[in-house]
Design a protein around this ligand. Structure first.
Ligand code: BG6
Length: 487
């Protein structure tokens, strides 16, 4: 692997939603903190006809809208790094001009120390032509990295086709596949919790853990992404990537070090150990009108303007078939228009093997560990304690939380947008928090089997009111195992 810090960053889709909401704000915030390489030039490209100063104006407006004022620093310094080249990526013609612009932007023309990081945030249909154009223009050399944003295909086959096209121009050690959940501080903290504390690892298995719940709940609906979302659905939009990555981090064996190969080797083993979900282990739903956060919102079909069989909610009982997790269900659920925005992981431990406290009224409950990813970043271990008193009617116990709120524990530390970390790692060339090809393909393999099952059984989503926790079948999925979703 060639090691270099990129001195040029080329953003495809530079005028798009992701660029405006996340990429430009993240880069500006890094710049304000003095974390970008001093000489880094950022070249935007997209279909729109803009010159450099019009692009800078667009960027300024995006920063004013999406980056809090206190994180902007000197916007002028950041905006000075930006330039723009119009391009229709579907044809080869414009790529020579793009290459010339990229060469102009670099401070080191000899390419000896610097290098180029390319961020592709465009429709997947443009991936192939873009790679061909880059190859034609000589922009795929040894000192070029390629970063890909989702969606990387719609199933295993299309994902392989994209991966093949990219692999024809870049070796795997220069391909950076984004899953922005891996850029979240609390997600990385899962690794610290598990592998920097002696307490948890000895009990992190089926002997002591009864089940795991992973919830990624959103209050938003379609948000103007009608066509994309209706072709994707919750399973492909959220489970295939973010939720399976969370599951892999919870379930993986300890890697030997915090490096890209060691971490990803362990994650992929978990993904490959996922058992094919049975028909009665999945639930799908689609929201109807209702109220979310006190506001009346329309149903999915109304937002879409037609009937659709796309699921906006899914719940799955997953199993990791290996020694550690034998018999431990992983309940996953995600959905749009749920009552609150929350991403959390619940580790439910087993009951003590024998209670010394007599009587039904003691209040003894099994321990649990709740890992809040967003919006609250906290870790809560629920422990049993004795209720103070003389215990004339016997000892009474109550669950008390041992809680660490990360923002309080690290009050002096800046909270960052997930893309800040990922963009910096891309510029530096650290792949640890990027998804390797074998992981993506193992993810798709499991997801495709679920979709095939839905198709074979003619499964269509059950309706749920916006502002509720999904269809009642999602509750039944866990209740029949004697488990309640954490709410
Ligand atoms: C994206 C999905 O990958 O993640 C969106 O396409 C979803 O549908 C988003 O809203 C959620 O990300 P976050 O960081 O807000 O939890």
């Amino acid at each position: 692997m060639t090691e270099f810090a990129a001195d040029r960053l080329l953003l495809f889709g530079a005028t798009g939603d992701l660029s405006r909401r996340k990429l430009l704000p993240s880069l500006c915030a890094l710049d304000a903190d003095g974390l970008l390489p001093e000489n880094l030039a950022i070249i935007g490209t997209a279909r729109s006809e803009l010159n450099d100063s019009e692009f800078r104006n667009m960027a300024r407006e995006a920063l004013e809208e999406f980056l809090p004022a206190e994180r902007r620093g000197s916007m002028a310094q950041f905006l000075n790094r930006l330039s723009y080249q119009q391009l229709d990526a579907s044809t080869i013609e414009g790529f020579d001009a793009l290459a010339a612009k990229v060469a102009d932007a670099g401070t080191r023309k000899d390419d000896e120390d610097g290098g180029l990081a390319i961020f592709l945030s465009t429709a997947p249909s443009l991936f192939g032509p873009t790679i061909a154009g880059l190859q034609h223009a000589g922009l795929t050399g040894e000192r070029v990295r390629m970063c890909l944003e989702k969606p990387l295909g719609t199933d295993l086959e299309s994902s392989c086709a994209i991966n093949d096209a990219v692999a024809a121009a870049f070796p795997e050690d220069r391909i950076f596949r984004i899953d922005h959940y891996l850029g979240k501080e609390t997600v990385q903290n899962l690794l610290a919790l598990r592998f920097a504390n002696i307490l948890f690892e000895p009990i992190w298995n089926s002997n002591v853990i009864e089940h795991v719940q992973i919830t990624v709940a959103e209050t938003v609906g379609l948000e103007g992404r009608v066509t994309f979302y209706d072709d994707a659905g919750a399973l492909r939009d959220m489970v295939q990537n973010h939720m399976l990555q969370l599951l892999a981090l919870v379930a993986m064996e300890p890697p030997t070090s915090f490096d890209a190969t060691a971490v990803r080797d362990e994650k992929v083993k978990v993904l490959r150990a996922l058992r094919k979900a049975a028909a009665n282990e999945t639930v799908t739903g689609q929201y109807r009108s209702g109220a979310v956060e006190g506001k009346v919102v329309p149903g999915y079909d109304e937002e879409l303007g037609k009937q659709s069989d796309t699921e906006t909610f899914t719940a799955i009982k997953a199993h990791v078939d290996n020694w550690r997790w034998k018999g431990v269900p992983f309940y996953l659920r995600t959905g749009k228009r749920l009552p609150e925005r929350v991403t959390e992981i619940l580790i439910q431990f087993r009951c003590v093997p024998h209670s010394i406290f007599e009587g039904a009224g003691t209040g003894l409950k099994p321990n649990k560990l709740l890992i809040g990813i967003q919006p609250e970043e906290d870790i809560t271990l629920s422990l049993m304690a004795k209720v103070p008193g003389l215990d004339e009617d016997g000892v009474r116990l109550r669950e008390v939380p041992l809680k660490i709120a990360m923002p309080d524990a690290f009050a002096e530390k800046q909270r960052r947008i997930a893309y800040e970390r990922l963009l910096l790692d891309l510029i530096k060339g650290d792949q640890t928090l990027f998804v390797r090809r074998d992981e993506v393909e193992a993810q798709w393999h499991w997801i495709d089997a679920i979709r095939a099952e839905w198709e074979a059984n003619g499964v269509t989503p059950k309706t749920y009111g916006a502002g509720t926790w999904g269809p009642s079948a999602a509750i039944a999925l866990t209740e029949r195992d004697g488990v309640s979703w954490h709410e």
